[in-house]
Design a protein around this ligand. Structure first.
Ligand SMILES: Nc1nc2c(ncn2[C@@H]2O[C@H](COP(=O)(O)OP(=O)(O)O)[C@@H](O)[C@H]2O)c(=O)[nH]1
Ligand SMILES: [Mg+2]
Ligand SMILES: [Zn+2]
Length: 274
């Protein structure tokens, strides 16, 4: 357990285990100080703003969603991560790394795709240092989690933000069963108020909570058109007189974002019919 200037080693009381409500990494807790070092006890877990299952962390305030010049961004994958982050009600920060390898036209395209989402978009390079200070300012004093495909530079970014010395370029270890080994998760802190969960980021496991019907509410740029479609409960897909589709045609919503919406919707629909 950590405070502004101290780290305490605490025991969780047995009653937490019995109730199934056990402390998670990222929890805010009330501590009853013990008479000796190492005897402090967690009395109460304060209400969580959210919980993730894989990795098991709580109170993620910002999802730093990372893509890169290479491996080339897969926009439908980025949007799936955004959807999960929105579902958990975290702030979304879009980071495009390896911008030392990007042409201005690549940046323009990315800016255009996310223009009406309201998300902060930061181009960074852990090699040249571009954008790192901006990212530090945006992430400061919040509990952040990095998410993104393997190889985009999540560990490199964490190290650039706080000199955490995370292993980079490693290929994720798998067990013989082909599953990722469960590893110890930590909330790391560094100077400047940077706090990052030391995990490879959330997985599609969290997608289980998302329904096809609510997907449209997880695309912030659709919001201003809600209620303007001919049909109540319009999913903005095959329906006629759809205000969202009209906005796509007029270039007010990007075609890439709308495409990913359709893809993710179809996936969620299929999954539910199992
Ligand atoms: N050109 C370039 N390469 C980078 C940059 N940041 C990271 N890399 C490289 O990308 C590879 C993957 O980085 P890593 O941080 O391990 O990615 P992770 O799998 O998302 O944690 C490593 O070989 C890094 O050296 C960058 O800004 N520019
Ligand atoms: Mg890594
Ligand atoms: Zn519609």
């Amino acid at each position: 357990m950590e405070t502004s200037d101290l780290i305490y080693e605490c025991k969780a009381k047995g009653r937490f285990r019995k109730s199934g409500h056990t402390p998670m990494v990222g929890d805010e807790v009330l501590v009853l100080p013990g008479s000796r070092e190492g005897e402090d006890v967690i009395r109460e877990i304060l209400p969580r703003i959210n919980e993730f299952v894989r990795p098991p962390v709580a109170n993620v305030e910002v999802s730093i969603i990372v893509a890169a010049a290479e491996p080339a961004p897969v926009f439908s994958f980025i949007d799936r991560l955004i959807v999960m982050a929105e579902k958990k009600e975290t702030e979304v920060l879009l980071v495009f790394n390896k911008c030392d390898l990007m042409e201005e036209e690549d940046r323009e395209r990315i800016r255009r795709i996310y223009r009406n989402t309201g998300y902060e978009l930061v181009f960074v390079s852990t090699i040249t240092g571009e954008g790192i200070d901006t990212l530090k300012k945006l992430a400061a004093h919040k509990k952040c989690m990095l998410a993104g495909a393997s190889g985009v530079g999540k560990s490199s970014i964490a190290n650039a933000l706080g000199e955490f010395r995370m292993e980079t370029g490693e290929i994720s270890r798998k067990t013989r069963r082909g599953r990722h080994t469960t590893r110890h998760v930590e909330l790391l802190s560094a100077d400047g108020g940077i706090r990052i969960f030391d995990t490879p980021g959330f997985t599609s496991y969290e997608m289980q909570d998302v329904t096809a019907e609510e997907l449209r509410y997880l695309y912030p740029e659709f919001e201003e058109y809600e209620g303007n479609c001919r049909f109540n409960g319009c999913m903005h897909l095959a329906e006629p007189d759809c205000a969202v589709k009209k906005a796509v045609e007029e270039g007010k919503i990007s075609a890439e974002r709308y495409d990913s919406y359709g893809k993710i919707y179809a996936e969620l629909k299929e999954r539910r019919s199992y």
